[in-house]
Design a protein around this ligand. Structure first.
Ligand code: 2M8
Length: 453
């Protein structure tokens, strides 16, 4: 990016315009057309973006999302809010989730969840709140805080009945859809006949090679049918359902999110009991992740509970200790070396030294296909935020600068990018890309320190 104030100002205006354009009044579409509803982790990143424009609006984004929280504590991955003129497949009829598991909820939702980045957003909102607005914002944080604790409790208990510190995911849609991490577990599902359906995503995008295949969709939808059959009952799912994965990335985000809630404990007036619980979940998460470190590769490996095997693939998730902000300096140094090795950011073919979703050295790597290779700005935002908080501001600053350069070169706030050419892929005007752009630009304005990492 042209580093002048004018270029930055223009980019900021354009990013703000994307959020305003996708604003549906109190909640924000993840993207126009392709994702017309409110998505869970998108909302959290979006709230960070709003915080640079209006902290009240930022909080409202999270409040609206948590208005759809289930009695169990689960925060659904999609809250279906768009009208009939904005179709999305699969819609609420495929889930029937609120009737089965959350009757009385005023909105329809799906029945799975996504990485708990919400506490990171809440902390960022507080950091960005001007002094004069702090009393009101503090009140709203106090009101929201117990809902976040309940959300984390759901993940730390229902999604981790073994108390391993690792969250179990039930579906590829719980974050990184067609990542090769799920390939073997999905391949075990031999007969996936979810019934007739018509996808909208591939035609909306105009290039099916950037999206999951029909083979994937058959399995995604069949799994939704299985969850429906189990009425989204976690205990029953744990006993009978075929797709259970201990996801190290998801677990790492929960560790970081528990730390964020602890940072806010004073602001929110958290009870000692809540603080004790958050600290226990955080420690347990760190220990769980340490046990998943593969000594050979140095990467963290997911665990397929049903298959009884570790998932040893070179993907961004292998850096879970970084995303979790590990306190172990030896682990930190080793992971930072790997990050810049030829398998990841050090691959000389990369247009920018950013973390791709899957390593180009991995046989499953596909540079244009969704979570199988492209660079995702939000993942690089999470990484740079972690590195900053770990005191590695030099490397964090490079990630920030390169990410801004990538986004500015495109100018359309793409959903993801081809790692070698830097070409924009997926949906343009993706809300969370605009949101992290606003956050990165503000760090620039604040004169982000470029100290050696
Ligand atoms: C993508 O997932 C949705 C299903 O949830 C889809 O492909 O239709 C993923 O990138 C997911 O992580 C993201 O939250 C969502 C909306 O941006 O899109």
């Amino acid at each position: 990016m042209d580093g002048t104030g004018d270029a930055r100002g223009l980019l900021r205006e354009r990013a703000a315009a994307v959020l305003r354009g996708n604003d549906a009044g109190g909640w924000t579409r993840a993207a126009p057309h392709l994702y017309p509803h409110q998505w869970s982790w998108d909302s959290a990143f979006i709230a960070i973006g709003w915080a640079h424009l209006d902290v009240g609006r930022a909080l409202f984004e999270l409040e609206q999302l948590f208005a759809a929280q289930w009695p169990s504590g689960l925060v659904p991955h999609v809250v279906f809010r768009a009208g009939p003129g904005e179709p999305y497949f699969p819609g609420p009829e495929w889930w029937d989730a609120t009737r089965l598991a959350a009757p009385g909820l005023p909105v329809q939702t799906t029945g799975i969840c996504q990485p708990p980045v919400h506490a990171l957003a809440l902390r960022r909102i507080w950091e960005l709140t001007p002094q004069a607005r702090r009393p009101q914002v503090r009140e709203r944080i106090r009101a929201l805080f117990p809902q976040l604790v309940k959300w984390h409790r759901y993940l730390a208990t229902q999604r981790d009945p073994e108390a391993s510190g690792l969250v179990t995911v039930y579906h590829p849609w719980e974050g990184t859809d067609n990542s090769p991490r799920w390939d073997r577990a999905l391949a075990r599902i031999e007969v996936a006949q979810p019934g007739p359906y018509t996808r909208l995503d591939a035609s909306q995008l105009g290039d099916p090679s950037q999206r999951p295949t029909n083979w994937d969709y058959d399995r995604y939808l069949w799994l939704v049918g299985q969850l429906r059959k189990h009425r989204y009952d976690d205990a029953e799912i744990y006993r009978e359902y075929p797709f259970l994965i201990k996801d190290v990335f998801f677990s790492a985000v929960l560790v970081a999110a528990n730390a964020a809630l602890l940072d806010l404990a004073g602001v929110a007036g958290a009870s000692n009991a809540d603080q004790g619980e958050l600290a226990r979940w955080m420690d347990r998460g760190r220990e769980g992740l340490a046990r998943c470190l593969d000594p050979e590769s140095g990467l963290c490996a997911d665990y397929d509970v049903r298959g009884g095997e570790r998932i040893r693939l070179r993907t961004f998730a292998g850096f879970a200790p970084l995303f979790a902000r590990t306190a172990d300096t030896g682990q930190l140094a080793a992971q930072l070396r790997l990050l810049d090795s030829g398998d990841f950011c050090g691959d000389p073919r990369l247009r920018w030294r950013l973390l791709p979703s899957t390593s180009p050295a991995e046989p499953a790597f596909e540079p244009r296909n969704y979570w199988r290779g492209p660079v995702w700005p939000i993942i690089n935002w999470l990484l740079s935020d972690s590195l900053t908080r770990l005191g590695r501001s030099g490397r964090a600053e490079e990630l920030r600068r390169d990410s801004l350069a990538q986004i500015a070169a495109d100018g359309e706030f793409a959903e993801y990018f081809e790692p070698f050419t830097g070409k924009p892929l997926g949906s343009p005007r993706q809300s969370w890309t605009a949101a992290v752009t606003l956050d990165w630009l503000a760090r620039d304005d604040a004169g982000a320190a470029a100290q050696p990492g």
